[in-house]
Design a protein around this ligand. Structure first.
Ligand code: SF4
Ligand code: SF4
Length: 483
């Protein structure tokens, strides 16, 4: 059998379990040394079936991320999150502040979906879909390897004195990093202000758009800092989702796990069949540690730093192939499965989350399907009470706001449903001209003969009518004198 060469692993990546206290790894994070100083991670490149699948998914997601702001349907971008002007478009459907309840429900459903997924499948989101992992592992890390080489060459380059070649490589890398960060920052800005406003921003003289340009540069710099310096620290110390893992995972959650029953006692291959047979399948080559982008040893068990990127699975599978042992010493499995060999089962907690998720998702779908295209709001003018006209009628003054969420302009009529009340718009034109995707507002007076008032607070119902069809309703109060 071919003798395996040990992968190059810096002393800083030796698993802490190799030191005197085998639980010591729980006292610190893999990217800090004993003095609390940052340990720079140089993960070794590895290919394998999971890496290929993740790369394919990353290509699709990156293509979507960069293309989505440019895709327009009915003149609307596919996605827009204009928090500055409170304009939101999801899948070419404009949402207004009046649809805020849908946003809240959608947000809650997404959070619950992620929680349920985490309970059942661990941090699968982090490893496969999270933009931080996708950009870091599939874009920036690849560029770094193209320019500086794999882990050992990067480490040697960092330790070597400054030469012309080193200066060239470092400059090239950071220019490329900033260029991509600039592209990400601009895309982020497009999601925020839309491609039309972004095009104006970049084509008009800079002096006219200082605010927008500063935003663009600031976004780019933040991304550059994150991907060139902060890197895996985002997942370890900054990401709130990462921090929640401790409360969401249980022994039945599927995570990237080391099969210690099969792997231990670990030990190097000796070529002595008797000695090798007494050992587990782990040959202690530490390739799983060398490829880890968060600098941990998966053989220590599930750890806070693990982003479930599956690189250690591919690394260990490649070793198992080479020593003729079955793959899967490191694999997707739950703690319970490893311990008992039991198959995956849906726990009661998962059923409960699924039920709540189903309720929230169906409510959201129902509300989206029945979302009105117009939104009428009527409020009595603040600070006003009732007035008495010369003919004795009691009047209240109101303000209306009508949102036309459609892409067509409409001529609409506002009327009051109560038979005793009459309405007069404070405008020469009694028709409300609601422009496409715009807010129409104005004032009107409602009058009621005093003998028709039964209480000091009468409920009124208002309707917006288009070509004889009521398209939205709302209610408010009418105040009158005490009899
Ligand atoms: S332990 Fe494995 S799955 Fe977890 S971050 Fe490291 S390489 Fe990725
Ligand atoms: S788990 Fe696999 S990759 Fe890791 S040290 Fe053991 S044999 Fe090597």
């Amino acid at each position: 059998m071919e003798r395996l060469k040990e992968p190059e692993v810096s002393p800083s990546y030796l698993p802490l379990s190799d030191f005197t206290n085998e639980e010591a790894f729980r006292d610190t994070i893999g990217t800090l040394d004993e003095r609390g100083k940052r340990r720079w991670i140089y993960p070794k490149a590895i290919t394998g079936r999971y890496e290929r699948m993740r790369t394919a998914l990353a290509v699709v997601l990156l293509a979507f991320l960069f293309a989505a702001p440019w895709i327009k349907i009915d003149g609307h971008p596919l996605l827009l999150f204009n928090v500055l002007e409170r304009k939101f478009i999801l899948f070419a459907q404009p949402f207004w502040p009046q649809d805020f309840h849908l946003f809240v429900l959608g947000f809650l459903t997404t959070i619950l979906f992620i929680v349920l997924f985490t309970v059942a499948y661990g941090r699968i989101f982090c490893g496969w879909v999270c933009p931080q992992t996708i950009f870091m592992e599939h874009v920036f890390r690849r560029i770094e390897r193209w320019i500086e080489g794999d882990a050992a060459q990067q480490r040697n380059l960092d330790r070597s004195p400054l030469t012309l070649q080193k200066a060239f490589k470092k400059t090239l890398k950071h220019v490329a990093f900033y260029g991509i960060s600039f592209a990400i920052g601009n895309t982020f800005l497009m999601y925020l202000i839309g491609t039309d406003a972004w095009t104006e921003l970049v084509t008009e003289p800079p002096a006219q758009n200082l605010g927008g340009l500063s935003g663009m540069l600031a976004f780019s710099f933040v991304f550059y800092f994150v991907f060139s310096r902060f890197r895996e620290q985002v997942c370890i110390v900054a990401c709130p989702y990462g921090r929640l893992q401790g409360v969401m995972l249980d022994p039945k959650s599927i995570v990237v796990a080391y099969d210690y029953k099969r792997g231990e006692p670990r030990g190097k291959l000796t070529r002595n069949p008797e000695t090798d047979q007494q050992r587990g399948d782990c040959i202690d080559c530490k390739l799983c540690v060398a490829v880890c982008p968060t600098g941990i040893d998966i053989r220590n068990g599930t750890q806070l730093e693990c982003i479930n990127c599956t690189l250690c699975i591919d690394a260990c599978d490649s070793i198992m192939d080479r020593i003729g042992k079955p793959r899967g010493l490191v694999r997707y499995a739950s703690e319970e499965q490893i311990q008992t060999g039991a198959p995956f089962r849906f726990t009661r907690r998962m059923w409960a989350y699924t039920f709540v998720l189903a309720v929230l998702a169906s409510s959201l779908i129902f509300l989206l399907a029945t979302r009105s295209e117009f939104e009428l709001t009527v409020l009595r003018m603040p600070g006003t009470l009732y007035s008495k006209r010369a003919d004795g009628a009691i009047t209240n003054i109101y303000k209306y706001q009508l949102v036309n969420k459609t892409t067509r302009p409409y001529d609409l009529e506002l009327r009051v449903a109560n038979p005793d009340a009459s309405i007069s718009i404070l405008n020469a034109d009694p028709v409300i001209r609601a422009k496409a995707e715009a807010l129409a507002e104005g004032m009107f007076i409602v009058s009621i003969p005093p003998e028709r008032l039964k209480t000091t607070m009468t409920k009124l119902q208002f309707e917006v009518v288009s070509q004889g069809r009521v398209i939205d309703r709302t209610t408010t109060n009418f105040t009158g004198p005490i009899k």
